[in-house]
Ligand binder design. Structure first.
Ligand code: XMP
Length: 319
């Protein structure tokens, strides 16, 4: 629309005027906000943008490749992919406490990001995908729910001590405006309408210890949940959906043998603001296809349950 194109033009002018001949760093998470910021900056300043993508080993299937493809090949930004999978997994070894997981992941992310940022010459600015609702929330809600119930962190949560000047071109926008902007900037629908994904990634959906093997199992189950939602044309109606790998095993039967394997839970919610949410009444046929495909194809899972809890009192994520 004209309003969004005007906004883009205006932002591009602002950014160019502010940046001058300095370099801007943008942290990519794979989500829509950081992607829109990067696409906008790329249009404004091209090679003066350097993107950092930390592969923490906790992403969904194919996500790291997608970021490389989009921002390294398609947009040809100066993309720094940091493969930190081993570091994250080794630090998470033996850790089962949800808050502990979050703290470790948050700390490592900052360390890795900061180290990579050092290699970028003339870097002066850090671009972040802060939206209008984040601006309000962080002011009004510093000691509120979100902060105390779960330690939230994401790419937008880098501490100021990193020493860069912030560029936040989405500060006055709501999510749907960010999506429109992404569309105008040529980002594909599957990225623009992607469900939110937490900063600590699959670590908080892999209950109990996070290991490479368990993450692999979880990724396979997760892909099936998402594929079936798309096939049923329910991906957009459902605001967030995913698989959770539970830290318990249960008995099953296969052929004439007994199995003793992991349980996967399917979580799907409908919500406007993610502060409250209702579990999605997914059609039984859809649940059945998810369950059948998971138990038939994902080695290590012999039972699937559906989460019928709303928020509150439950949260959307299980950890
Ligand atoms: P909960 O589980 O608190 O989640 O109902 C509400 C929304 O926030 C997302 N979430 C996170 N996002 N870092 C993030 O960037 C986090 O640590 C985090 N924890 C939860 C969650 O996926 C849901 O969309």
């Amino acid at each position: 629309t004209w309003k969004i194109s005007n906004l883009i033009e205006q932002e591009i002018e602002n950014i160019r005027a502010r940046v001058g001949d300095k370099q801007v760093i943008c942290g990519l998470s794979g989500g829509v906000d950081s992607s829109v910021v990067a696409a906008l900056l790329y249009r404004a300043i091209g090679s003066q943008l350097s993107c950092i993508f930390v592969d923490n080993g906790l992403l969904r299937k194919g996500e790291a490749d997608e970021v490389e493809h989009r921002f390294g090949e398609h947009f040809k930004t100066d993309l720094h992919v940091v493969d930190a999978k081993d570091l994250f997994l080794s630090e998470l070894k033996g850790v089962v406490d949800p808050q502990e997981k979050r703290k470790i992941i948050g700390r490592l992310f900052i360390e890795v990001f900061q180290e990579e940022a050092k290699s970028i010459k003339n870097a002066h600015f850090l671009a972040q995908g802060t939206l209008y609702p984040d601006v309000i929330e962080s002011g009004a809600n510093k000691d509120g729910q979100a902060a105390t119930i779960k330690l939230h962190h994401n790419v937008g949560g880098l501490p100021e001590k990193l020493g860069f000047e912030l560029i936040e071109p989405l500060r006055e926008l709501f999510k749907d405006e960010v999506r429109q902007m992404g569309h105008e900037l040529g980002l594909p629908d599957e990225l623009i309408y992607r469900h939110p994904f937490p900063g600590p990634g699959l670590a908080v959906r892999c209950l109990g210890e996070v290991t490479e093997e368990r993450l692999k199992v979880l990724r396979e189950a997760d892909v099936i949940v998402i594929e079936e939602l798309h096939k049923a044309n329910l991906y957009r109606k459902t605001k967030q959906a995913f698989a959770v790998l539970l830290p318990i095993r249960s008995v099953g039967v296969m052929g004439d043998g007994r199995t003793y394997e992991d349980v996967a839970a399917i979580r799907a919610v409908e919500t406007d603001d993610f502060m409250t949410a209702n579990w999605s009444p997914l059609p039984h046929e859809v649940l059945e296809r998810m369950s059948t495909r998971i138990t038939n194809n994902v080695r290590g899972i012999n039972r699937v349950v559906y989460d019928i809890s709303s928020k509150p009192p439950s949260t959307i994520e299980w950890e």
